[in-house]
Design a protein. Structure first.
Length: 156
């Protein structure tokens, strides 16, 4: 095991809500255990159909989806998700050809990880997500108009 995984600052990041879509039980359980160990909340689905049902109510920040699913594929899944806000999407696959990576990007995935993927690589990506979410929260907070000013605007 890579020592950097044990000593990383992943635990210092903003806890994320992550939807993991993986049909291989051992991979799904290992990934869930790893993500929960890093302090994230994990929702799991083993098929595209279950992911489509789970995603809207899960309010997840991140989608980590296998490309090869028993009832479709991860590219189709991302295209069919109809969510009120965008989800940061990470594809994972046993295939890493340039055409696979290009298709993942075209579908809307931010990253295409090839299995077996590195723990440190996944932690780095999740830190990036947390930073982006942190930035968006700060921007929203900075653009809010104080209540006292809102009252004045309504009167004038």
């Amino acid at each position: 095991m890579d020592d950097r995984a044990n000593n990383s600052s992943g635990r210092d990041a903003i806890p994320l809500r992550i939807l993991v879509v993986e049909n291989h039980a051992d991979t799904r359980e290992l990934l869930t255990s790893l993500l929960e160990g890093l302090g994230h909340t994990v929702v799991v689905a083993e098929s595209m159909g279950r992911a489509l049902r789970a995603a809207p109510r899960s309010k997840c920040d991140v989608l980590i989806s296998d490309i090869g699913l028993p009832d479709g594929d991860g590219w189709e899944l991302l295209g069919r998700l109809n969510l009120p806000r965008p989800m940061y999407a990470i594809a994972m696959s046993g295939y890493g050809m340039t055409s696979d990576r290009t298709r993942s990007k075209a579908a809307g995935y931010r990253h295409h990880l090839v299995k077996p993927m590195g723990i440190v690589q996944l932690e780095d990506i999740l830190r990036e997500v947390a930073q982006e979410l942190g930035k968006s929260k700060r921007v929203k907070a900075q653009t809010r108009v104080p209540a006292a000013l809102r009252v004045g605007m309504q009167d004038g």
